[in-house]
Ligand binder design. Structure first.
Ligand SMILES: NC(=O)c1ccc[n+]([C@@H]2O[C@H](COP(=O)([O-])OP(=O)(O)OC[C@H]3O[C@@H](n4cnc5c(N)ncnc54)[C@H](OP(=O)(O)O)[C@@H]3O)[C@@H](O)[C@H]2O)c1
Length: 309
């Protein structure tokens, strides 16, 4: 392996250590514990596993958790009522509606019903609008976690022994990407589009590719940073990449033999590019950590707004 492995498991543990101290401080000051409500609709096995993981990590960080498992035959009205209850519940600071929803439910209407102050997934139109404007606090978890992995790549370039005695956020400065090129493949509201805004915020020159893009191999070969969020196993071939590339593989694809792979051909890419995230153990770990960070941020902000009132 010639590429530096960007270890999401390691970095998420450091972020979680930091969150624990913030939760302890918050509780000492206010006697309030961050509360995360997670709504799971139906029996999708991947969604069940994600929700169980989020709940487990939230508990391990000292949060209060409120798990709502709802039958796939539920109605839009019943879900809206549940969201309204959680909006009104002062013990709940973050609300997560696990996606995808079963057919028949209107995802956007339900996401729009979440109080934007509790929108820890960053998918409410207000959160997305603020992000596009270059402000806002609650930003989508996967792109924010991906940015931290890019910061890790640059930090490791200047200090190979960084992970010994590493402390978050002290040892992970936000890198200025002036003069760097970034290619995002995939234009979803969940990953691709918010990723573009975060990269622009850091002054990268950004290209957004999607299924209608014609010259993908060429674009991949010319970029300093590549973020792949496509949902097609090993679609980005290792030989397309350049030795300078930092590769953030957001894809999670399960093969027929049960293995999980990303959107990038890791077995080849790891000997070609400069740095790469593994799948699993990369972006997925960071997504969960950033959900926890957003819950703390939402809690702190809600408490502050009450103090002002
Ligand atoms: N690690 C994590 O925590 C995490 C979080 C979220 C998602 N994911 C994973 O990331 C992947 C993407 O998720 P998503 O929600 O963003 O998916 P999505 O909503 O299905 O979007 C996929 C995007 O990929 C583009 N695309 C499809 N085929 C392409 C091709 N041949 N060439 C170039 N672009 C192509 C699509 O283009 P069009 O718009 O033109 O159709 C679309 O914009 C999935 O594997 C998902 O499981 C992981």
């Amino acid at each position: 392996v010639s590429a530096v492995l960007l270890d999401g498991r390691f970095l998420s543990q450091q972020v979680e250590t930091y969150i624990r101290t913030r939760v302890t401080d918050l509780h000492a000051r206010t006697k309030v514990t961050p509360g995360l409500a997670v709504i799971l609709v139906g029996e999708n096995p991947a969604s069940k596993a994600y929700v169980a993981k989020k709940s487990r990590v939230a508990k391990s960080l000292g949060f209060q958790t409120f798990d709502h498992t709802v039958s796939a035959t539920t109605t839009q009205e019943a879900l809206l009522e549940l969201i309204q209850q959680l909006n009104a519940d002062s013990k709940v600071h973050g609300i997560l509606l696990q996606l995808p929803l079963p057919p028949g439910l209107e995802q956007e209407v339900l996401l729009d019903a979440i109080d934007p102050r509790k929108d820890v997934d960053g998918l409410h139109p207000l959160s997305q609008g603020l992000l596009a404007r270059g402000s806002g606090v609650l930003r989508p978890c996967t792109p924010v976690g991906s940015m931290l992995l890019i910061d890790l790549a640059y930090a490791l370039q200047s200090n190979k022994n960084l992970t010994e005695d590493f402390q978050f956020p002290k040892n992970l400065p936000s890198v200025d990407l002036s003069g760097k090129t970034a290619l995002v493949v995939g234009r979803s509201v969940l990953v691709g589009k918010p990723m573009v805004h975060l990269l622009l915020e850091r002054n990268a020159t950004v290209t957004l590719a999607h299924s209608r893009t014609k010259n993908l191999p060429e674009l991949c070969g010319n970029t300093d940073i590549l973020v792949a969020a496509i949902g097609r196993p090993e679609f980005i071939q290792g030989k397309w990449l350049s030795p300078k590339a930092i590769v953030i593989d957001v894809g999670i694809n399960r093969l027929n033999d049960g293995r999980l792979v990303g959107d990038v051909e890791f077995s080849v890419a790891k000997d070609v590019c400069a740095a790469i995230t593994p799948v699993p153990g990369g972006v997925g770990q960071m997504t969960v950590a950033m959900l926890m960070m957003n819950t703390v941020l939402a809690c702190e902000k809600l408490l502050n707004s009450k103090e002002v009132l």
